[in-house]
Design a protein around this ligand. Structure first.
Ligand code: ADP
Ligand code: MG
Length: 471
């Protein structure tokens, strides 16, 4: 069977999507590959199809138990024998699984990165005929990626222990050059074929709304899109509960998902969304990885996400079927504060101090880029694509900004006073003094410096910009 026949026979699809065939061919020519393709592009098939055609087995390293389970289930559903090894299995179940791999029953085996180090798996891999090691969600290897998993760093040493060097294939949706370079270097890919498919999702319409009453917006939106399936992302569990209650109280059929719910409840709610029993889910970003629902018509962000990577991945869950869909981000200044707080409380127990500093700086930079997205008046699509390193050609005419759906506020007067104040300080003082002066703060330090005598003292105290609708 050639790869097209495998595609049809097992997966039931008639043709490959952009990039898939090139990746598969490279793997079949025994080349290492790095594929950077957006979420939903169909990365799994790029290693599953060749896995069926290579002589030995394929070991897939995957970061999340739920992802492994979903993938194995969908492979089993189409009649491919696949299995996973992770902490949900007992030791004897793991023994059983590994034995079945050695006996040629499973062609594809998914494994959590931590398990690669285990004595049992090392023993197994000495005996097994491993044709390919696939690193899924390969950005987890990079400390520049927000999903950094230290145990991904052990993949290369695992590969080196194997009797025969397998093909290494790596897949990710994160396209920034730092992450890409890390993957290439840390996995030590040999003359890899690198393939990036376009990040543009032309069927998605992007919008940013600066509104105070987010609840009314969501309510109106859902009422006027009653037939549609959608996801509402909130930054915190508390917000999820609040929005969920509000929508339920208004008689809308919604479900909810966050890490505070029991495993059963999460599974049940996820299924009722996937099978359209409840067309809308209110969720934290714990929801979505590995979820494949093609007819999601809208993704609304109740709060600003912490990075463009997060945003594009979450928003990108809309319109996987290619139909027109909306991605709306509801922005308020408060979101930036919430995000800062979430970053401040981030768990760094696995990371050494020097890295922690770098990662924190990176996180703040990312947040600023996200804030920039919410405040730009330029084309939103181009903002995203340029961030991911793509060339853009003119405004897209399919986003809120291209359609001029934003408010414009004239801040000339304020800007002049800021400049004047800095001039009056002769550039000697920093932000605190300048701000204090402009706001007319009654502080001893300002009097000491004579700032209370400046013309700019207190000039911005009563400023309340009046937004003018540009439409
Ligand atoms: P990714 O890992 O890139 O986010 P997946 O591999 O999970 O994406 O694939 C997303 C969806 O696209 C899956 O439902 C998959 O079955 C479907 N898909 C992948 N390749 C094809 C194809 N050639 N034709 C039709 N559907 C495909
Ligand atoms: Mg995937």
């Amino acid at each position: 069977m050639d790869s097209k026949e495998v595609l049809k026979e097992y997966f039931g699809y008639d043709s490959f999507r952009a990039g898939q065939e090139d990746i598969i061919n490279a793997i079949l020519e025994k080349k290492d590959v790095l594929a950077i393709m957006p979420t939903g592009a169909g990365k799994s098939l790029c290693y599953q199809v060749p896995a069926m055609m290579l002589s030995g087995i394929t070991v897939v390293i995957s970061p999340l138990i739920s992802l492994m389970q979903d993938q194995v289930k969908s492979l089993n559903d189409v009649g491919i024998n696949a299995a996973y090894v992770n902490s949900t299995l007992s030791e004897s179940e793991i023994d059983g699984t590994l034995n079945m791999v050695l006996n040629g029953i499973y062609k594809i085996i998914y494994i959590a990165p931590e398990r690669l180090e285990s004595a049992k798996f090392c023993e197994f891999s000495k005996q097994a005929d491993i044709s390919m090691v696939t690193v899924d969600e390969a950005h987890c290897i990079s400390q520049w990626g927000q999903d950094f998993r230290p145990s991904y760093l052990n993949i290369l040493s695992f590969v080196k222990k194997l009797a025969r060097r397998p093909i290494i294939s790596a897949f990710t949706a994160t396209a920034t050059s730092k992450v890409r370079d890390d993957i290439l270097q840390i996995l030590s890919l040999e003359r890899p074929v690198i393939l990036t498919t376009g990040f543009d999702r032309s069927n998605l319409t992007f919008k940013v709304k600066h509104i105070k009453d987010k609840d009314s917006y969501i309510l109106d939106y859902l009422v006027s899109h009653r037939q549609d399936s959608g996801i509402i992302y909130c930054a915190t569990r508390k917000n999820v509960e609040k929005v969920y209650d509000m929508l339920n109280a208004n008689g809308l059929s919604v479900t909810k998902y966050h890490a505070g719910l029991s495993a059963e409840e999460r599974k049940e709610n996820q299924d009722s969304f996937i099978y359209d029993i409840k067309p809308v889910v209110v969720a934290t970003n714990a929801f979505g990885m590995g979820i494949d629902k093609s007819n999601v018509r809208f993704v609304i962000h109740y709060n600003m996400p912490q990075s463009m990577e997060n945003y594009y991945q979450e928003a990108g869950r809309a319109g996987r079927d290619g139909e027109n869909s909306q991605c709306v981000l509801l922005f308020s200044a408060q979101d930036v504060i919430i995000d800062r707080m979430l970053l401040d409380n981030k768990d760094f127990s696995d990371v050494d101090e020097e890295d922690e500093f770098l990662i924190r700086q990176r996180d703040i930079r990312r947040l600023q880029i996200m804030e920039g997205y919410c405040k730009t008046t330029g084309c939103l699509r181009n903002y995203i694509l340029e961030y991911f390193g793509e060339k853009t050609f003119g405004p897209c005419d399919n986003c809120g900004n291209c359609h001029r759906e934003y408010h414009e506020t004239d801040m000339t007067r304020e800007a002049k006073w800021v400049v004047n104040c800095v001039a009056e300080t002769r550039g000697r003082y920093g932000l605190t003094i300048v701000l204090g002066t402009l706001l007319g703060a009654k502080r001893a330090r300002l009097r000491e410096l004579g700032a209370d005598k400046y013309k700019s003292y207190g000039c911005l105290l009563y400023t309340s910009p009046s937004p003018r609708d540009r439409q």
